[in-house]
Design a protein around this ligand. Sequence first.
Ligand SMILES: Nc1ncnc2c1ncn2[C@@H]1O[C@H](COP(=O)(O)OP(=O)(O)OP(=O)(O)O)[C@@H](O)[C@H]1O
Ligand SMILES: [Mg+2]
Length: 239
Amino acid sequence: MLRITLVNTKGGCGKTTIATSLASYFASTGFRTTLMDYDPQGSSRRWLALRDDDLPAIKSIDAVRQKSGLTRSWQIYAGFDTEVLVVDTPAGISGSRMIELLRQTDVVLVPVMQSVIDMQATADFIEQLMRVGKVSSQKKRMGLIANRIRPEARSYEMLEQFLEGHNLPVVARIHDSQNYVNAMEQGQGIHEYHSESIAKDHEQWSPLIKWLNAGSPKAIPIQKPKAVSPLSLGSAVSY
Ligand SMILES: Nc1ncnc2c1ncn2[C@@H]1O[C@H](COP(=O)(O)OP(=O)(O)OP(=O)(O)O)[C@@H](O)[C@H]1O
Ligand SMILES: [Mg+2]
């Protein structure tokens, strides 16, 4: 199983947007996929509820509300049939929850937005992550994702300096695009959503998929944008 966690204590940096699009990417390329939600607000679970039955199935796990009669480890067990587990986390996560998260993941993805406040908060978070990483004493693959990039804005140069200043690989550069907002509203990932301007959004995911591939037990295909209408999308995967 490949386990990927989206995490940053800074709110609103794109954890849910990237987690849901990643889950849909894996599901639509034939992986049995589970999306686990650590956020009490349940944004990922709400996105799943919006998802059309015709789209590839994604299993949902609520890691927040403790089910009676279940141990914690059973509650967050993705099941033997899951090939890819994507974990969405809330802002402000820390302490024992953070340690639990790091123990049960192979890949940590940290989205960061192009604003001074976001970059400062993320720098603090990366420091914290390294400390907790040592506590759990496990080597994880960690990558930064620059999200909602606006190259025309003044803060872009600062973002590039920030990205260069850290010892973590920058595994994707995702631009600010209304397509993400629209796709989320329909329970779709960015690769399932169709609009005239979608090709460049899709291209920006290739470096991330290639990077994930290097640590994946099974090859992850690079999906080409499909020139089909939303109505003829995907076949359902059930398991
Ligand atoms: N690349 C993008 N382009 C445009 N809008 C985006 C992009 N990524 C995220 N957004 C929007 O930014 C807002 C915050 O994104 P999201 O909910 O994914 O962040 P989050 O880190 O999960 O937030 P929280 O910490 O509250 O859980 C949402 O309205 C989302 O639609
Ligand atoms: Mg979220």
